[in-house]
Design a protein around this ligand. Structure first.
Ligand SMILES: *[C@@H]1O[C@H](CO)[C@@H](O)[C@H](O)[C@H]1NC(C)=O
Ligand SMILES: *[C@@H]1O[C@H](CO)[C@@H](O)[C@H](O)[C@H]1NC(C)=O
Ligand SMILES: *[C@@H]1O[C@H](CO)[C@@H](O)[C@H](O)[C@H]1NC(C)=O
Ligand SMILES: *[C@@H]1O[C@H](CO)[C@@H](O)[C@H](O)[C@H]1NC(C)=O
Length: 450
């Protein structure tokens, strides 16, 4: 009884493992000899109707032929059922493996999907083509460094090790870092001679500067919003027009609140190639000497095709602009000479007195994925490619972080409002992070009409 129970259990187990009982029959079958032919075939379950076999018992009763616990003697089938070994064999043979389909021999895998030879797929900023390589087929990809790097994003966000977080931007996905540096920035490094420019002297008590300040809160009606420069290296003109616009509004106390045209500078300033990086002194000198019209009159195209329709025009009416509503201005908008601000507190003092300032910063790979928080450059990129960009510092503040109290600048970027903190970013203050404090400019709006 016990032996039968054990072998039955084992058979069940083996049967399950082999998806049937054929294995057992085969095993017993190999052991030739007279079993059922000796003891005869028994009806129903007859435990005594058995013979020893490899240390256990085999049976010649009807019960042995039950699914999952076959413990029939090797000759049970032939003797009791009249089935010969050969007719039984087909049950025991396993299906031969199918020959590989011809196309799977030469196809490439991408995330578990197979693609035929010559297929092209796009992986972020790289195109990959399925090509033969020896006895295999593999995707060969371009080796561009992409503007959005999933590795940088996950490394920045890992365990909140940074004071800022990173995210993916669909606008940047699929583009190369080289494209980003060329067409999302657009300010040339200030020329050595320009860098020699002295900073203005300011007299104030730095202790009286507030802990936090935001131009947009202080002058809600005069601070212009966030632009999107598109894929056009024009930050040199955009930041200039933005700072000049804000200051026209602030200095005229609203009478001359105007959104000045960066396209006017891009298309008309001598030496400018539309959508290629330019120097800030060119932008300021142009606005100072010739003046510019407003955005409605000459709107931003963000394209490399551009003509200057208002060459040598000095009045708004000859430039076909709609005259401003609140002032009696007839001339184009001009500024005084730009002045340089030498250190952190001077910058703060100038902002609180006169409005946003223009700053030049060095942009590294990780900055493109900035999402929120206080930015500090990390060394996570595989690339050393970087470029200069100009932006508008609108305020400052302090924030408690897990690394202690952190001082920051609040800065307007020109990558649209979906980027960063509604188009703004915050960056460490007082440590010349990304050179942002090295070349900061302010201007005076000129010939204000009131
Ligand atoms: C034994 O088997 C026969 C025929 O297979 C059947 O009629 C009978 O009821 C069975 N007896 C028992 C006790 O199961
Ligand atoms: C980033 O965004 C793009 C477009 O929305 C998407 O196709 C891509 O899969 C995203 N990448 C990552 C790593 O989330
Ligand atoms: C910044 O420069 C001014 C002079 O323009 C000076 O009075 C002030 O102490 C300086 N501040 C710092 C933080 O160095
Ligand atoms: C504009 O000019 C008119 C007429 O010369 C004058 O009455 C008005 O006060 C001026 N407006 C402003 C805002 O200067």
């Amino acid at each position: 009884m016990i032996a039968r129970w054990i072998i039955a259990s084992c058979s069940i187990l083996l049967g399950l493992l082999t998806f049937g009982s054929s294995q057992i029959i085969d095993n017993f079958e190999d052991i030739q000899g007279p079993y059922c032919s000796d003891i005869g075939c028994c009806l129903n379950r007859t435990d005594s109707c058995s013979k020893p076999i490899i240390g256990t018992l085999c049976y010649c009763d009807e019960f042995c032929d039950r699914h999952f616990n076959q413990d029939c003697c090797p000759d049970f089938w032939a003797v009791c059922k009249g089935i010969t070994t050969t007719t039984k064999k087909p049950f025991t043979t396993t299906r031969p493996p199918l020959p590989p389909e011809p196309e799977t021999l030469y196809s490439c895998d991408h995330n578990g999907v197979r693609y035929p030879i010559d297929t092209e797929i796009v992986d972020n900023c790289n195109t990959c083509k399925c090509e033969l390589s020896g006895n295999d087929a593999i995707f060969r990809c371009e080796q561009n460094i992409c503007l959005i790097s999933p590795e940088i994003i996950s490394d920045v966000n890992l365990n909140n090790r940074q004071t800022w977080t990173a995210s993916n931007y669909s606008e940047f996905w699929g583009r190369t870092l080289a494209d980003g540096v060329r067409y999302r920035l657009g300010t040339t490094k200030p020329h050595k001679q320009v860098m020699l420019m002295n900073s203005v002297k300011r007299y104030y008590d730095p202790h009286l500067l507030p802990i936090q300040f935001d131009s947009a809160t202080n002058w809600p009606r005069f601070i212009f919003g966030i632009r999107d420069q598109g894929w056009c290296g024009s930050s040199w003109a955009i930041s200039t027009a933005a700072v000049a616009s804000d200051r026209f509004g602030i200095m005229s106390e609203g009478f001359e609140s105007v959104n000045l045209s960066p396209q006017n500078i891009i298309s008309c300033a001598r030496g400018s190639i539309p959508c290629e990086a330019g120097p800030l002194d060119r932008a300021w000198n142009y606005v100072r000497k010739y003046g510019v019209v407003d955005e409605d009159c000459f709107s931003y195209t963000g394209s490399s095709e551009s003509k200057c329709p208002i060459k040598r025009t000095t009045t708004l009416s000859s430039a076909n602009c709609i005259p401003p509503k609140y002032s009696n201005r007839t001339e184009l908008y001009k500024v005084g000479p730009a002045y340089r601000l030498g250190n952190e507190t001077d910058i703060m003092y100038d902002i609180i007195r006169s409005g946003p300032v223009q700053a030049t910063m060095l942009v590294y790979h990780d900055f493109f994925s900035y999402s929120r928080g206080i930015y500090r450059h990390t060394d996570l990129s595989l690339s050393h490619l970087k470029g200069y960009h100009s932006v508008r510092i609108v305020g400052w503040g302090e924030e408690k972080t897990r690394f202690g109290l952190q001082k920051y600048w609040k800065v307007a970027n020109s990558w649209g409002t979906k980027w960063g903190e509604d188009g703004y970013f915050r960056i460490a203050r007082g440590t010349n992070e990304c050179e942002i404090e090295s070349f900061v400019l302010g201007i005076w709006a000129k010939d204000l009409i009131s």
